[in-house]
Design a protein around this ligand. Structure first.
Ligand code: CAA
Length: 287
């Protein structure tokens, strides 16, 4: 199989990780972001990730150099996706933005290019609704930190073709990920379950059940989770978690997903977690 040519639209926490993994897997990759500053930051983070991986002996300098040759950046999504066979968007969780992006890119990419969304919870069917060829759209949901996390959640929309799912599976194999295929339902398999734990931990903190560190320790030591739910929320981004919770509360209509006031307050104050240096914890190395 020839390696796909990948365009990653959105160079935030997820986008830069997806670009890193795809370039290392042998794909030609173009990365873009609406913010030139964010794009520059993403390329620095990718360089830093390669340095760390070399230090740990996971990647050789030759592999890094080859991957960086395959990796480019572009100023616009159209320029970035021009010769892509797989477009992966990792832009903010807003359905209108995602619809507009895919509708614009459908005119730019080749007839058989896949349009994949890294959305954590939004409907693939809705994102693909304005497309002339919705069979090429699907979810390819990665997990943070992308280089480490093994799962690729493939989301099959109502019109997604078998060929699109098969090509997403092949990409997962190339990138060293294990795929699962999930029907297009709010929150899919991962966010629907994962968000419950995160929101309940925030409610427990609000109610003074225990400190953030002790709530996290409960899950780390009592349940063998690699990281407690509050630290994980910091890593994912409080704004990202809030957007997912709001969407799941609206679509599933269950109180389980009602965003706690503490989460809303922290997001309003710009305490978004690791990326801003402050969330439920203070982070020294803000991204
Ligand atoms: N990039 C690359 N590699 C990284 C990394 C990064 N950002 N962070 C950690 N690693 C690697 C380390 O190099 C290390 O590799 P080796 O074992 O080969 O040396 C390994 O991961 C473990 O790292 P550490 O020893 O530094 O730290 P740790 O043992 O505490 O693990 C962790 C860190 C992998 C992040 C672990 O705590 C973990 O798995 N946490 C849970 C992550 C998780 O649940 N992610 C999903 C979030 S939900 C999401 O992303 C989807 C969504 O829709 C919002």
């Amino acid at each position: 199989m020839t390696a796909p040519v990948v365009a990653v639209i959105g160079a935030g926490t997820m986008g830069h990780g997806i670009a890193y993994v795809a370039a290392l897997a042998g794909c030609r990759v173009c990365l873009t972001d609406a913010s030139a500053e964010q794009l520059a930051r993403a390329t620095q983070l990718i360089d830093r990730a390669f340095d760390k991986a070399i230090e740990k002996g996971k990647v050789t300098a030759a592999q890094r150099d080859a991957a960086l040759v395959r990796l480019s950046t572009a100023r616009t999504p159209e320029e970035c996706a021009a010769d892509a066979t797989i477009v992966i968007e990792a832009i903010p969780e807003r359905i209108d933005l995602k619809q507009e992006l895919f509708a614009a890119l459908e005119h730019v990419v080749s007839a058989d290019a896949l349009l994949a969304s890294n959305t954590s919870s939004l409907s693939i069917g809705e994102i693909a609704a304005p497309l002339a060829h919705p069979e090429r759209a699907l979810g390819m949901h990665f997990f943070n930190p992308v280089p480490v996390m093994k799962l690729l959640e493939i989301v099959r929309g109502p019109s997604t073709s078998d060929d699109a799912v098969a090509r997403a599976r092949a990409f997962a194999a190339l990138a060293g990920k294990e795929p699962i295929v999930v029907r297009d339902t709010p929150g899919f398999a991962t966010s629907r379950l994962g968000v419950v734990l995160g929101l309940e931990a925030i409610r427990m903190l609000e109610q003074g059940v225990a400190s953030a560190a002790d709530i996290d320790r409960a899950m780390e030591l009592g349940y063998n989770h690699p990281m407690g739910p509050l630290r994980l929320t910091d890593m994912v981004g409080l704004d990202v978690r809030l957007a997912i919770a709001e969407h799941l509360h609206t679509t599933l209509g269950e109180d389980t997903y009602r965003p706690p006031q503490l989460l809303r307050d922290k997001v309003a104050r710009g305490e978004l977690g690791k990326k801003t240096g402050q969330g439920f914890y203070r982070w020294e190395n803000a991204q």
